[in-house]
Design a protein. Structure first.
Length: 561
C-alpha cells in the first residue's frame, strides 16, 4: 500500500478527496443524517424486547443534536443502529431507514459500512476501557485508525497521534504514546477515545456519554474542544448524554426518548423553557438536592481511619530497571469516618481519587496506616483480611468491566453471599438477591439475564446491589452515579441515604459531579495531583472555598448560570 504523510484537511487537494473509496456522504443542502421510523427488536429464544419503536429525527449539517432520556430509553441502541453495530441477528430492524446523505445504512453491505466507520462517521463509546485494546499501546491503537483510513506510514502516524493527544489535552502526550490503557485514569482513557474518533476528521461524530468519566472542569474543556472543532470543520455531532446542564449549554436541538420512543424534539432553549411532554418536564425537574442524613452524636467512635496514606508508583529505566523517580498518585492523605457519615472526595481525572479508593480497601499496595473499628489493617495478610471484606465493599466506576459477562445478574449479586455466608440455602440467597435488586429499582426477573443485555445505568445499579447485599459497614463508591441520568441519580441518592440511615452505613463517595457530592456528603476533601488541597464540611467547601483549585471546580459546576 502506498503510504502518505498527514496534512490538515483544509490542505488536502481535490484529487486526494476523489481517491477516497468511501461513500461520498451528504452535501450541505440537506440533513447530514436522516432517521425515519427506526425500530430495533432483540430476539433471544422466545423473549422479544422492543428497544426502539418508530423513531424519526434528522441531524443537520454543522449542528449538535442531543439525544437524552433515562437509562434503558433506547438512546445508545439508536446510536449503535446508525453504524449497524448492534449484535445482529439477535437484533433486527422491523422497520426504518437511516440515510447518511444518499447512502442507506440499514442492512448496508459490509464494504459500505467499513468505508464509513471511523472515517466519515466516528463514534466515542461510553466505556473506554472496554473499547480500548488492553494489549496495545496508545500509539499503536491511534496509528491503526490512521493506517487503515489514511494509509499513513509509521512516522506520519506517530506525528498525527501526538497532535491528537495534544488536541484533547492529555498530560505528557509524548510519554503517553508508549503506555497501555490500564495505566490511564478513566478520564484520560475517555480523552484517548475522543482523539481516535477525531483522527480522520469525520463529518458526523456520535458521542455516547463522552464526558461521563470527566470532572466538571474537563467536561467543559472537552466539549468546548468538540464544539470548536465542529464549528471549524462543519462537523455534526449526535450527543448522547444524561447531563442536562451540558445539553443546555452545548446542544442546538434536543430529542427526548422514553421507553424506546421519541416523545419530544425541539430547539434547546424552547425545550428547557417550555417542555411539552410530561416525561420531559419530569426529567428537567430532576436535580440532586436535599441534605445528607443526620449524623450520629459527636462522641460516636471513629469507624474508619486513614493516616498518611501513600501510593507511589516507581518509574524505572535502563537494562537493570533502576528506579529513578516515582509517580505520587496518593501522597500523604489522612481522614476519619464515623457511622452515618459520608466523606466526599472530589478532584479532576488523574488526581488520585480512584487510587485512593483502592488503597483504602487494600486492593493495591500502599504505605501509611488504615484502621477499621480500631483494628489496624495495614499489617493483615490476605487470609486475615478476607472476613473483614464483607464489612468493606466497593462500587467501581466502570460497571461493565467489574461485572463478569459469563455470570447472570443473580449470580453476580449473590457472589458475596456465597463467599461470606455459606450457611444460607439457595432459596435464602435467591430471596436476598430479589430484595437487593428491588432496592436499586430493578425488576427481580433481571436476575436471569446477563450484563451485556443492560444499559450502562442499569449495570451500575447491578453493581450497587452487589455491594449492598452483604449489608456492609463501609462502602467506597467510585463514581456510582456517573453512568446514570439525573432522574435515576436522584433515586439512587435517595436509596443510598435511606440505607445509610437504616443501617448506620459509612460512605466514601468519589465523584466529579459536585451537585451529587453536595447532596450526600457531610465532609469533603479536594484532591489535586495526589494531595489534599482543601478539606472541610460540605457547607464550608461550597459556600467559602479557600483554594483556587476548589474555587475553579465549584465555578465550573454551575453550568446553567
Amino acid at each position: 500500500m502506498e503510504t502518505r504523510t498527514w496534512e490538515p484537511a483544509d490542505k488536502k487537494n481535490s484529487s486526494q478527496a476523489q481517491s477516497d473509496n468511501t461513500p461520498a456522504g451528504p452535501t450541505k443542502d440537506g440533513p447530514i443524517l436522516t432517521v425515519r421510523d427506526l425500530s430495533v427488536t432483540f430476539q433471544q429464544g422466545d423473549r422479544k424486547t422492543e428497544a426502539v419503536q418508530k423513531v424519526s429525527f434528522d441531524v443537520n449539517s454543522g449542528e449538535i443534536l442531543a439525544l437524552v432520556g433515562e437509562s434503558g430509553s433506547g438512546k445508545s441502541v439508536t446510536a449503535f443502529s446508525i453504524l449497524q453495530l448492534l449484535p445482529y441477528p439477535t437484533a433486527h430492524h422491523p422497520s426504518g431507514s437511516i440515510l447518511f446523505g444518499d447512502t442507506e445504512l440499514v442492512n448496508a453491505p459490509t464494504k459500505t459500512l467499513l468505508g464509513l466507520r471511523g472515517n466519515k462517521i466516528s463514534m466515542i463509546f461510553q466505556e473506554p476501557m472496554v473499547a480500548l485494546n488492553p494489549l496495545h499501546t496508545l500509539e499503536k491503537q491511534i496509528g491503526e485508525v490512521l493506517f487503515l483510513h489514511q494509509g499513513l506510514d509509521k512516522a506520519a502516524a506517530r506525528a498525527r497521534a501526538l497532535d491528537l493527544l495534544k488536541l484533547v489535552k492529555l498530560p505528557d502526550p509524548e510519554q503517553k504514546l508508549a503506555v497501555f490503557p490500564n495505566a490511564l485514569s478513566g478520564g484520560q482513557r475517555q480523552r484517548v477515545m475522543i482523539a481516535m474518533a477525531l483522527a480522520n476528521e469525520p463529518k458526523l461524530l456520535i458521542a455516547d456519554e463522552p464526558t461521563t468519566a470527566l470532572d466538571v472542569t474537563l467536561q467543559i474543556e472537552i466539549l468546548n474542544l468538540l464544539r470548536s472543532i465542529q464549528q471549524r470543520s462543519d462537523m455534526s455531532i449526535l450527543l448522547i448524554t444524561h447531563d442536562l446542564n451540558l445539553v443546555k449549554r452545548y446542544a442546538d436541538r434536543v430529542a427526548v426518548m422514553e421507553q424506546g420512543q421519541l416523545v419530544e424534539i425541539a430547539p434547546t432553549q424552547t425545550l428547557f423553557n417550555a417542555p411539552q411532554h410530561r416525561y420531559t418536564q419530569n426529567l428537567l425537574a430532576a436535580e440532586p438536592n436535599g441534605q445528607p442524613v443526620t449524623p450520629g452524636p459527636d462522641n460516636t467512635p471513629t469507624r474508619f481511619q486513614a493516616q498518611d496514606l501513600k501510593v507511589w508508583f516507581p518509574l524505572c529505566k535502563g537494562v537493570f530497571r533502576r528506579v529513578y523517580d516515582y509517580v505520587k498518585a496518593v501522597d500523604g492523605i489522612s481522614f476519619d469516618l464515623k457511622p452515618r457519615q459520608t466523606l466526599g472526595v472530589v478532584g479532576e481525572s488523574g488526581s488520585g481519587k480512584s487510587t485512593l479508593a483502592l488503597a483504602i480497601l487494600r486492593l493495591i499496595k500502599s504505605s501509611g496506616e488504615i484502621h477499621y473499628q480500631g483494628q489496624a489493617l495495614s499489617s493483615l495478610g490476605h487470609k486475615e483480611m478476607r472476613p473483614i471484606r464483607a464489612d468493606l465493599q466497593m462500587v467501581f466506576q466502570d460497571p461493565f468491566a467489574s461485572l463478569s459477562p459469563r455470570m447472570s445478574v443473580g449470580q453476580i449479586v449473590a457472589e458475596g453471599l456465597t463467599l461470606h455466608q455459606k450457611q444460607l440455602s439457595a432459596v435464602e440467597i435467591d430471596a436476598q438477591v430479589v430484595a437487593a435488586l428491588t432496592e436499586v429499582e430493578l425488576d427481580p426477573e433481571t436476575r436471569f439475564r446477563y450484563p451485556h443485555e443492560f444499559s450502562g445505568g442499569q449495570r451500575q445499579r447491578i453493581a450497587i446491589a452487589r455491594a449492598l447485599i452483604l449489608k456492609p459497614k463501609v462502602i467506597v463508591l467510585d463514581e456510582p452515579t456517573s453512568a446514570l441520568d439525573r432522574s435515576i441519580q436522584v433515586q439512587v441518592l435517595a436509596l443510598l441515604k435511606n440505607l445509610q440511615d437504616r443501617y448506620d452505613l459509612s460512605y466514601i463517595f468519589i465523584s466529579h459531579d459536585l451537585s451529587v457530592v453536595r447532596a450526600i456528603s457531610h465532609n469533603i476533601i479536594v484532591m489535586h495531583q495526589g494531595i489534599v488541597v482543601e478539606r472541610g464540611s460540605t457547607q464550608e467547601i461550597f459556600q467559602s472555598p479557600k483554594h483556587s483549585y476548589t474555587q475553579q471546580l465549584i465555578a465550573a459546576a454551575h453550568l446553567d448560570s
